[in-house]
Write a protein that binds this ligand. Structure first.
Ligand code: 3HC
Ligand code: NAI
Length: 697
């Protein structure tokens, strides 16, 4: 008997128990164990009904993703589920935690399903670039009809037990926490009532109702926008449609073909890399798992501007009281009003209730003095990007805050060590770099200073989880990981326009790669004045920052979306960038002033210069130990800048392009374009020489 799946009998119920921590994934051992246990249950003359239940925190959470890409070992999951469905004895699946992917498919192969009210079900394969490949696309629509099955399968979103009951996915929902007791009671009822074997494959009413409807074409049209650039959502629709056009067994064959197409697509590789990378980033190199963490029960935020307000909302959303400090009452009132408006808008969309708006607002208070920070466990400073100002504030916080309070800065480029030096407790100082809009973007770049203690680092990582962010630990340098790479791309994009490209050509290359917006549309969103003041500051400090046509935009008051004109122009109330002939004129004048003869620039050159400059910088970041692993850079870019997850992040993408190709191009640009940014990273040269990749590090 398999160790991970056991069979025993309780009264007239034969109990099949899966115990394969952490999430009972359907590994080869579990699949073969399920078959063996079923055979035992069939043979057990005293077992009238069978119950499938799982130990630990969850029902089966899906196929074992770690087995993907390796040769499949029999029995395949679809065959296992077939055997369950074809059982002569009724089988009840008892669901707790999450029944996901192959896990839900297994439950759908059983004849009855009972769930705890806390449970969730879903088919999230699409998030891994796949589609449900063990009957999910054929069985789910037989229970829910086409529309809901399409929604669940193409989004991968989970459904609560209560909603699953309404949709017919489960037959009963019970409160409580003892899934085995709930499962046994339900199975006993099935036995007592002599309920028949009820096979989902044989259900026809929902199929007949939606046969020939235009729901599939409509759904495909909607996906063109929602799933831009993605492969598997469209295959999901094809597979579900097969359930309506083909007999069950033929539908299963079609599902398999489409599943294999997804399995072989490069997007599957990128998305699965992203899945594991997201989990790996929580394991910080050199930080012991049992490092003690400090309690964060009360938080202070300094600055109620764009970032401060969004940062405060994260804590209120997690039920943690937060006090925001400003210099003037007017700025404070304005900041608090923006927060309220944001919550009200979310409530209008039905995502939270009005009561939740009030509850969250009641957790946010304002102050004009740091005296109110005497009992906070953490302060996050989010004032203007000025080192002098930040140093003054940290000096004051050092005096105002209790010993052991963590002092954090949301700076996007400045040195955490220099800021920490303004305090008597550099061990308690850390960077907590949120991304705009701070209440939405999932990334939290956690910047360790030279002297930051392990306890503070571990607390920051735990905090990220608590406020539902993905925390990535990085080292201290100009721009850290994300902005350091972004600024290289920005400078290159600007240079490409100097030389002859148009802003919209550059942006299109980036959006075609899968970014939600291009470099210049992003500048308009953030505000042209931000880059302009950074360049001015750097020139003042004596750095060689070349003149730019973007300076001219700022000087003419074209500050981006907020003035309805920047690199693009905007119509009232619309964020869609529209190319503007006036900007073409400004660029042409700039070229003339600089004596530049514009030339034709190919999309390929744009792609290489914008992306390879980032990869080269990423390699330098790894070399310097600013990022511990290539996957830390990948997650930073996926969650901070919308890098398409299906390409796995910039460093994973670089491995797919080929590091030798990239190095050759970097060397070419070193000769033709020149500049420090094109000096090949030592690590890139080393990896190419050794025939290795970033993923091998
Ligand atoms: N296969 C292998 N390992 C898995 C796994 C899976 N399906 N799901 C989770 N794990 C691992 C994680 O990598 C992690 O490992 P680690 O501790 O070594 O880092 C561990 O289980 C715990 O996972 P989380 O940290 O994510 O734990 P949470 O409690 O936060 O979340 C979960 C649990 C909701 C189950 C979440 O892990 C999840 O969403 N898993 C993926 C589910 C999924 O996509 N299933 C579909 C798989 S594809 C499929 O079934 C194909 C079929 O149609 C044929
Ligand atoms: P902002 O200009 O919108 O807000 C700054 C706020 O700080 C203003 O309301 C100002 O009144 C207040 N302030 C100034 N001095 C203060 C003091 N001594 N005490 C209390 N409040 C004070 O600026 P934004 O965009 O929110 O940026 C803040 C910080 O966050 C900067 O360091 C910036 O680099 C960083 N950041 C900005 C991002 C963005 O996209 N805007 C993204 C990530 C980080």
């Amino acid at each position: 008997m398999s160790e991970v799946v056991t069979y025993n009998r309780e009264g007239s119920i034969g109990v099949i128990t899966v115990n394969y921590p952490p999430v009972n994934a359907l590994s080869h051992g579990v699949r073969s164990g399920l078959v063996a246990a079923l055979e035992q249950g069939q043979k057990d003359a005293d077992a009238k009904v069978l119950l499938l239940v799982c130990e630990g925190r969850t029902f089966i959470a899906g196929a074992d993703i770690r087995e993907f890409g390796k040769p499949m070992q029999e029995p395949g999951l679809a065959a296992v589920i077939d055997q369950y469905e074809n059982s002569d004895k009724p089988i009840v699946a008892a669901i707790h935690g999450t029944a996901l992917g192959g896990g839900l498919e297994t439950a759908l192969g059983c004849h009855y399903r009972v769930a705890l009210s806390s449970a969730k079900v879903g088919l999230p394969e699409v998030k891994l670039g796949l589609l449900p490949g063990a009957g999910g696309t054929q069985r789910l629509p037989r229970l829910t009809g086409a529309q809901k099955a399409l929604e669940m399968i193409t989004t991968g979103d989970f459904v609560s037990a209560k909603d699953a009951l309404g949709l017919g996915i489960v037959d009963a929902v019970e409160d409580g926490s003892d899934i085995k007791a709930v499962g046994l009671a339900y199975a006993q009822k099935v036995a007592d009532d002599n309920k028949p074997v009820r096979r989902v494959r044989d259900l026809t009413d929902k199929i007949d109702a939606d046969k020939g409807s235009d729901v599939f074409d409509q759904f495909r049209a909607g996906l063109q926008k929602k799933a831009r650039g993605l492969f598997s959502p469209f295959k999901c629709v094809d597979a579900v449609e097969a359930a309506f056009n083909l007999p069950f067994d033929d539908g299963m064959k079609r599902e398999r073909e489409l599943f294999m197409e997804c399995m072989e697509s490069p997007q599957r590789g990128g998305l699965i890399h992203s899945f594991f990378a997201e989990r790996e980033v929580s394991k910080v190199k050199g930080l012991a798992k049992d490092t003690p963490v400090r309690e964060i029960n009360k938080v202070g935020v300094i600055g109620a501007g764009t970032m401060g307000g969004g940062i405060a909302m994260n804590f209120a959303n997690a039920g943690i009281p937060v006090t925001i400090a400003e210099v003037k009452q007017e700025a404070l009132d304005k900041g608090l009003a923006v927060i309220r408006r944001n919550y009200e808008n979310t409530a209008k969309k039905g995502r939270i209730t009005q009561a939740q708006v009030e509850e969250r607002m009641s957790l946010i208070s304002g102050t004009l003095t740091y005296d109110d920070f005497s009992d906070v466990d953490l302060v996050i400073e989010a004032v203007f990007e000025s080192m002098d100002l930040k140093k003054t504030i940290f000096g004051q916080l050092d005096k105002a805050c209790k010993p052991g309070a963590i002092l954090a800065s949301n700076t996007s480029t400045l040195s955490i060590d220099d800021i920490a030096a303004a305090t008597s407790r550099p061990q308690d100082v850390i960077g907590l770099h949120f991304f705009s809009p701070a209440n939405v973007m999932k990334l939290l770049e956690i910047v360790r200073g030279e002297k930051t203690s392990d306890e503070v680092k571990a607390t920051a990582m735990a905090l990220a989880k608590k406020i539902r962010k993905v925390g990535v630990m990085v080292g201290n340098c100009y721009g850290f990981v994300g902005n350091r790479m972004l600024h290289k791309r920005g400078a290159e994009a600007m240079a490409l326009v100097n030389e002859g490209a148009s802003p919209q050509q550059v942006d299109k290359v980036l959006t075609d790669l899968g970014f939600p917006m291009g470099q210049f549309a992003m500048s308009d969103l953030a505000g042209i004045d931000i880059g302009y003041s950074i360049r001015k500051e750097r020139r003042k400090a004596g750095e060689d920052v070349p003149a730019s046509w973007m300076d001219k935009l700022a000087e003419q008051g074209r500050l981006g979306q907020k003035t309805q004109a920047g690199v693009y122009k905007y119509e009232e109330g619309n964020r869609k960038p529209i190319p503007d002939p006036q900007v073409d004129q400004i660029i042409a004048e700039f070229r003339a002033e600089q004596g530049i003869t514009s030339r034709e620039i190919t999309d390929q050159e744009i792609l290489e210069r914008c992306m390879y400059v980032m990869i080269n910088e990423g390699a330098k970041i790894l070399e310097e130990g600013i990022a511990d692993r290539a996957l830390d850079i990948d997650i930073t870019w996926i969650y901070g800048y919308g890098f398409p997850a299906y390409r796995g992040g910039p460093m994973f993408w670089a491995d797919q392009v080929g590091l030798d190709t990239i190095l050759a191009s970097v060397k070419n640009f070193q000769d033709t374009v020149g500049g420090e940014q094109w000096k090949p990273a030592g690590l890139l040269e080393k990896l190419v020489a050794e025939g290795r990749q970033f993923g091998d590090l």
